[in-house]
Design a protein. Structure first.
Length: 139
């Protein structure tokens, strides 16, 4: 099951950081070190390195914010975080294509991504508001 490896990796790293690293400054240092590690060695000059580092920072920030606010150690939330980080890497490439078929697929992917985030949000909002029958009966 190679598709479960990224989810397991995100869950394991998030659990380790949450359990073993309580200091904020150390978490920030680990975040910057992780972004530096994601750059790798495929850069040619300093400008290319800065560009790859900024892309790695954004990707890692999406994963960290997704783990903190979306996942909360929930398996389905973990899959949503992994899907979002993967889609954010692929959708800009599809949007930049000249062929309308690829751009249409990118817009469909963005719509699916927005729907995946809106669905739990709408369920949460609708569950927190009182129902009309309970408000009328005074319950």
């Amino acid at each position: 099951m190679p598709s479960a490896k990224p989810s397991a990796l995100v869950a394991a790293v998030a659990a380790f950081v949450a359990a073993c690293i309580p200091q904020r400054w150390l978490r920030a240092l680990l975040f910057i070190g992780g972004a530096l590690a994601l750059v790798g060695g495929g850069w040619g000059n300093a400008a290319d390195y800065v560009q790859q580092f900024s892309v790695a920072l954004v990707l890692l920030a999406v994963i960290v914010l997704g783990v903190r606010y979306v996942m909360k150690f929930n398996l389905l939330g973990c899959f949503l975080v992994i899907f979002t980080s993967t889609a954010l890497g692929a959708l800009p490439e599809l949007l930049g294509q000249d062929v309308m078929f690829y751009r249409t697929n990118a817009y469909a992917g963005l719509a699916v991504l927005l729907a995946l985030f809106a669905w739990p949000l709408l369920a949460w909002i609708s569950s927190s508001s009182p129902s009309p029958s309970s408000a009328a009966s005074g319950v």
